[in-house]
Design a protein around this ligand. Structure first.
Ligand code: LMR
Length: 399
């Protein structure tokens, strides 16, 4: 029956982990998937997550189904974290929110909702480059995917003029995907002033903004600051939708905790949208898993745990900043004549090194250093112990 099923390629990001695992080099380095490691290179369970999980277990809750849209204490708190407790959209109770299978699931629900109900063109514009999975998620949701300019490889920075020009030239009412903070894969974000102009351009085109916020807290170490773009758009009268992930900022990767929300005009509109989200989710996966959402809910709703968590997020962001500086320093010490200042000016979990696909191949084959072909490295995988070896490998490959 399956004789005609072709062999598919490995996943651009998760496939790297498979290659890394198959390598027997004792000092191999995995900078592929965006997953935080401590300074010993070990997976990190946040102490606030351990405490919250203990509270959840001690409460001996039952394992009944959550509602179709998930654990309400979690979804309400997730919306408050993103939009801000004092935001009019929260105060006026006009955000439709559903729990999702992490950020990917949130994007997929959003894509499916827009495909079914968005009255404009069913094309979503994503930045060049974007997270490797965006294209597939939206295509499989039934949307057409187009690109807008974002990254300027000559300046290793934002192509701000190109981005704004492309937004202005999109057909009226297009859907525009925006990385709310810590752009993946480049680590290059617009400044607050640039966000203001981007908001104007989106408004001028009558476009619909779709925010992907997978790294709230990871860009600046401050969750409110990282929500600037989303909150600014709302203050300008946009009514965006939003995908949130708690994989990175709570380290809940495998628990798959996320949320999808749509800012509505009124509570009445919210109720209608909510009803349709339920109709959409029910045949997809019926209702989401509860354990991770309960953990996140404890962290978001218990003020002591919340303070502790914010400190831990900042701690992760700070370690990454330190590793950026160390990598740059080591490359310079080795005598590299390239300008590596982008390593420290980029933010979030990733650095976009500017290395070519061939150079990345060489890093893997000759030095057992694994990262994605686009030259992205997960700085969260760098440690005080491996940074020197990493710098040497990059220096030998690129000079
Ligand atoms: C990444 O970009 O590495 C992460 O978002 C993990 C993933 O699912 O790709």
């Amino acid at each position: 029956v399956w004789a005609k099923v072709p062999q598919g390629p490995p996943d651009a990001i998760l496939g790297i982990t498979e290659a890394y695992k198959a390598d027997s080099h004792p000092e191999k380095i995995n900078l592929g998937v965006g997953a935080y490691r401590d300074d010993k290179g070990k997976p990190y369970v946040l102490p606030s997550v351990r405490s919250a999980e203990k509270k959840v277990v001690d409460a001996a809750l039952n394992k009944e189904y959550a509602g179709i849209t998930g654990v309400p204490e979690f979804t309400k708190a997730a919306a408050r974290l993103a939009y801000g407790s004092d935001s009019p959209v929260i105060q006026e109770d006009r955000v439709a929110v559903t729990q999702s299978i992490s950020g990917t699931g949130a994007l997929r629900i959003g894509g499916a909702f827009l495909e079914r109900f968005y009255p404009g063109g069913k094309t979503i514009y994503i930045p060049t480059p974007s997270w490797a999975n965006h294209n597939a998620v939206f295509k499989d949701s039934g949307l057409r995917v187009e690109k807008y300019r974002y990254y300027n490889k000559d300046t290793i920075g934002l192509d701000f003029e190109g981005m704004v020009e492309d937004i202005k030239n999109m057909p009226k009412g297009s859907i525009v995907l925006l990385h709310a903070c810590a752009h993946n894969p480049t680590g290059v974000d617009p400044t607050e002033d640039q966000w203001r102009s981007i908001s104007d351009a989106v408004k001028e085109g009558g476009h619909y903004p779709f925010f992907d916020m997978a790294y709230q807290g990871f860009a600046s170490g401050d969750t409110a600051k990282d929500a600037f773009a989303l909150r600014h758009f709302i203050s300008e009268g946009h009514r965006p939708c939003l995908a949130q992930s708690f994989a990175k900022n709570m380290g809940l990767y495998g628990e798959r905790v996320g949320a999808f929300s749509i800012v509505c005009e009124s509570t009445e509109e919210k109720k209608r949208i909510d009803s349709q989200i339920k109709i959409l989710v029910r045949p997809l996966y019926s209702n989401p898993p509860v354990h991770g959402a309960r953990i996140a809910s404890e962290i978001l709703n218990d003020s002591a745990l919340n303070q502790q968590w914010l400190g831990e997020v900042k701690g992760m962001a700070d370690r990454i900043i330190k590793m950026r500086a160390l990598l740059k320093e080591n490359l310079e010490k080795l005598g590299s004549k390239h300008d590596w200042s982008h390593i420290t000016s980029q933010i979030g979990m990733f650095a976009y090194t500017g290395l070519t696909a061939e150079q990345m191949d060489k890093l893997a084959k000759e030095y057992s250093v694994y990262a994605t072909k686009d030259g992205r490295i997960s700085v969260a995988g760098i440690t005080s112990d491996n940074v020197r070896r990493l710098a040497e490998a990059i220096y030998k490959v690129k000079g």
